[in-house]
Design a protein around this ligand. Structure first.
Ligand code: SAM
Length: 283
């Protein structure tokens, strides 16, 4: 515990200078698009809402005190909640984990129904940092099934977890479908970032494995119609997706920027170039 207190005082001293970074690497992470996205942040807005939070790269870079973040993935949302409310106990658990193959498979095999929320969060952070390629992927039963990554170095960044905890002090964190989040909370003057599972390019996608719920063409159509509603309500809305004709057509009434990105191909570390679109509504 003394260790943590030391780190907390360090964070207090550094707080103004350094922002918290995402504490999980997530498929579809927005780090590459950050510079482009940051050009469209409105000068002023009431609250920030990100209903498909994933790794939250844009949320952390925004440094806004009043936000609502949500996702359908329960393990992910429990992890955000524990980082926010219980960061010292979480760090204590992580400090007892070791980065080796035997520990990895033991922790991976733990049944989440028998764990406390804090243990579940520690397990997700540990697996995310030590697994192969660092991507959260589950099988059809919703079980985390990525092999050990044989990565050297530490999986625990105490200082960043404490920073993230402080940053999220006034953030509301919800395990909800995006429609429900927006229906309950979106109001005129809010800034909303929509980063849904992308429409696959050329028929193959790893993205449907984010959650056990599939995000297909009908869901994309439904999302586009909600996008329009939000803009008509007076919200500032940014949406990202892949640059495919079906998606571009759904947003043809709005300003669309095209950005080149590197994408990781699902099961190996190779990359290929792809194009993302950024759709702007009310901005
Ligand atoms: C593209 S990822 C988000 C990437 C993230 N913004 C980042 O920077 O890392 C999409 C997220 O949407 C979530 N998701 C999928 N369907 C959803 C739904 N119907 N409602 C809310 N979240 C959903 C997935 O669990 C996943 O975390």
């Amino acid at each position: 515990m003394r260790e943590v207190v030391k780190h907390l005082s360090e964070v207090n001293e550094l707080d103004e200078l350094k922002l918290a970074k995402p504490f999980l690497k997530w498929a579809g992470g927005k780090t590459q698009l950050l510079t482009s996205l940051q050009c469209y942040i409105p000068n002023s807005f009431v609250k920030y809402i990100e209903p498909f939070i994933g790794g939250g790269a844009f949320f952390f870079s925004l440094n806004h005190p009043n936000s609502i973040i949500a996702d359908l993935n329960e393990e992910l949302i429990i992890t955000y909640g524990q980082v926010k409310d219980n960061v010292y106990s979480l760090i204590d658990i992580l400090e007892n984990y070791e980065n080796n193959e035997e520990s990895y498979y033991k922790i991976r095999a733990l049944s989440t129904s028998k764990l406390s929320e804090c243990e579940r969060a520690a397990r997700i952070i540990y697996l995310n940092k030590t697994c192969f390629n660092g991507l959260f992927r589950v099988n059809k039963k919703g079980e985390f099934n990525v092999p050990y990554g044989k990565r050297i170095g530490t999986f625990l960044n105490r200082e960043n977890l404490i920073r993230a905890s402080k940053y999220m002090e006034h953030t509301e964190i919800l395990n909800l479908d995006y429609k429900e989040t927006l229906k309950r909370f979106a109001q005129k003057g809010d800034f909303i970032f929509l980063d849904p599972p992308y429409q696959p390019i050329g028929g193959f996608s790893d993205f449907k494995r984010y959650t056990i719920d599939y995000f297909g063409e009908n869901e994309q159509i439904e999302l586009a119609s909600l996008f329009k509603e939000l803009v008509n309500m007076g919200c500032y809305v940014i949406l990202t997706n892949s640059d495919v004709p079906f998606i571009v057509d759904l947003y043809k009434d709005f300003q669309i920027e095209i950005v080149e990105t590197k994408r990781m191909i699902s099961s190996n570390a190779n990359t290929r170039l792809g194009k993302d679109i950024i759709v702007l509504g009310g901005l």
